[in-house]
Design a protein around this ligand. Sequence first.
Ligand SMILES: CC(C)(COP(=O)(O)OP(=O)(O)OC[C@H]1O[C@@H](n2cnc3c(N)ncnc32)[C@H](O)[C@@H]1OP(=O)(O)O)[C@@H](O)C(=O)NCCC(=O)NCCS
Length: 171
Amino acid sequence: MPSIDTARLRLRMFTAEDLDDLSDLFADPDVMRYVGNGLPVTRQEAQVALASILKHWERHGFGRWVVTEKTTGQFLGFGGLRSLVETPELVYHLHKRYWGQGFATELARGCLAYGFEQHGFDRIVAIAKPGNAASLRVMQKAGMHYAMHTNYYGIDVVQYAISREEFLQIT
Ligand SMILES: CC(C)(COP(=O)(O)OP(=O)(O)OC[C@H]1O[C@@H](n2cnc3c(N)ncnc32)[C@H](O)[C@@H]1OP(=O)(O)O)[C@@H](O)C(=O)NCCC(=O)NCCS
């Protein structure tokens, strides 16, 4: 499975040893505020999520990576692409101490490039709850545009999108 390097980040595959870091990330109420039901996730649920991430790679050939700082190997969070109703969806979750340094935008651009250039996807989407201003801003800074307000699995979200043609125009 591939790893991706951006200017400051290395996106690498998850292993079972990443469970502690993933659990810590999911235990932070501020990180989870706009994710799922908005509540922190237990270690057991984090374990299920990790298994699901690994399964997704096997099933789809793309997925979510551990996001590390390239020079130190420090765990910053995770992000990448997952299948949302058969459409690739960009996702990102970072530890609070790393917010506001452009890491999510850098990660988003790297993942879009990976999706369009390595997988030949026609379109990539991203969704966020309407109140998640930081996430919506990351989508905009990555070159995505508003597509619609919609609902997935009972949760109201704003959906952004970008086509391969649009991505090629901005890179
Ligand atoms: C969303 C998230 C990944 C952003 O990470 P980040 O590395 O801080 O993002 P960036 O630094 O690349 O960009 C954030 C942008 O949002 C802006 N922003 C942050 N909080 C904001 C707020 N409350 N209102 C408006 N804009 C906000 C920042 O100013 C920045 O924009 P700018 O560069 O124009 O100033 C991070 O906040 C996170 O992990 N949140 C918890 C998990 C989550 O919600 N993930 C997304 C689920 S859809």
